[in-house]
Design a protein around this ligand. Structure first.
Ligand code: HXC
Length: 256
C-alpha cells in the first residue's frame, strides 16, 4: 500500500515505521493513525518480520494528536466515531515486540503512543510531556494511566497538571525509557536491538511480551501462574530443543 503520513522500511527481519508529517511535527491526525494501524497489522502478519520499530524525525517523534483536526470535533461525533478506541490502540493488538525510538518531542498523544509500545529508547534530545491540560482537556489515549505506572504518582501528577516537559535524562531516571543514546546513534542502536530480538524464537518472544504485559493487568499470583503456563508450553516447541541443544553444542541457535 502507499501511505501519505508514514514511511515504511524493512531492515532484515525488522520492520521500521517512520511517522512522517514534518510540517506538523508528526501530529497524529486520523489518517496517520489509520495508516500506522494498517502497517502494524501488516508487519504483525508477516512471518519475515520479527520485531517492529516506530520512530519519528530528529525534531519530533510526535507532537500529539492533531489539534487543528480535534478543534472542530463535537462531543457526539467524538463518541460515535470512537476515534481513540478504533485506531489509537492498534499498537496494543500487535503480538510482536514494538519498540519506540524517540528523538525530539513526544507530547500528548505522541507520548501516549510511545508508552503503548513495549519499550522506549530515547535520543538525548527527547522531550516527553502530557500538555493536554493547556488545551482544556486531559490525556485521552492512556497517558494518565501508563505514565503513572511508569514514573509513579507524584511525577505523573506533576507532568499532567503542569504540562511541563521531561528531558531524556530525567525520563531515564524515572524509568519512562529504558536507554538513552546520542541522537545520531539512536536509530542504528535501536535497529541493532530489534534485530537481535527478531532472530530469537518468535513464539518465546511473543510469550515473553505477553507475560510482562500481564504484570500490568492482574495480581502477582495470577501473573506468576500465567507465566508458568506459558513457560511450560514452550517445552512443546522445537525452539526450546534448538535453543538448549545449541547451548550444549557451543553453537549459535537457529530459530528461523
Ligand atoms: C497540530 C501541530 C501540533 C499538534 C505542532 N503542530 N504540534 N499541529 N497538532 N499537536 C504544528 C504547528 O501548528 C506548526 O504548524 C508546526 O507544527 C510547527 O510547530 P511550532 O509550534 O511552530 O514549533 P515550535 O515553536 O518549535 O514548538 C514545538 C511544540 C509546539 C512545543 C511541540 O508545536 C506545541 O506545543 N505543540 C502542541 C503540543 C500539544 O499540545 N500536544 C498535545 C495535543 S492533545 P504551522 O502550520 O503553524 O507552521 C493530544 C491528545 C491526545 O495529543 C488524546 C488521544 C487522542
Amino acid at each position: 500500500p502507499t501511505y501519505d503520513n508514514i514511511l515504511v522500511e524493512t531492515h532484515g527481519r525488522v520492520g521500521l515505521i517512520r511517522l512522517n508529517r514534518p510540517a506538523a511535527l508528526n501530529a497524529l491526525c486520523d489518517a496517520l493513525v489509520r495508516e500506522l494501524g494498517a502497517q502494524l497489522q501488516a508487519f504483525d502478519a508477516d512471518k519475515a518480520i520479527g520485531a517492529i520499530v516506530i520512530t519519528g524525525s530528529d525534531r519530533a517523534f510526535a507532537a500529539g494528536a492533531d489539534i487543528k483536526e480535534m478543534h472542530g470535533r463535537t462531543n457526539p461525533d467524538a463518541m460515535m466515531e470512537d476515534f481513540i478506541g478504533a485506531n489509537w490502540e492498534s499498537v496494543l493488538k500487535v503480538k510482536k515486540p514494538v519498540i519506540a525510538a524517540v528523538a525530539g518531542f513526544a507530547l500528548g498523544g505522541g507520548c501516549e503512543l510511545a508508552m503503548m509500545c513495549d519499550m522506549i529508547f530515547a535520543a538525548d534530545t527527547a522531550k516527553f510531556g502530557q500538555p493536554e491540560i493547556n488545551l482544556g482537556v486531559i490525556p485521552g489515549a492512556g497517558g494518565t494511566q501508563r505514565l503513572t505506572r511508569a514514573v509513579g504518582k507524584s511525577k505523573a501528577m506533576d507532568m499532567v497538571l503542569t504540562a511541563r516537559m521531561m528531558d531524556a535524562a530525567e525520563a531515564e531516571r524515572a524509568n519512562l525509557v529504558s536507554r538513552v543514546f546520542p541522537a545520531d546513534q539512536l536509530l542504528p542502536e535501536v535497529l541493532k536491538i530489534a534485530a537481535k530480538i527478531a532472530d530469537l524464537s518468535p513464539v518465546a518472544v511473543q510469550f515473553a511480551k505477553q507475560a510482562v504485559n500481564r504484570a500490568f493487568e492482574t495480581t502477582l499470583a495470577e501473573g506468576v501462574r500465567h507465566e508458568r503456563a506459558l513457560f511450560l508450553s514452550l517445552f512443546g516447541t522445537p525452539h526450546q530443543k534448538e535453543g538448549m541443544a545449541a547451548f550444549i553444542e557451543k553453537r549459535k541457535p537457529n530459530f528461523q
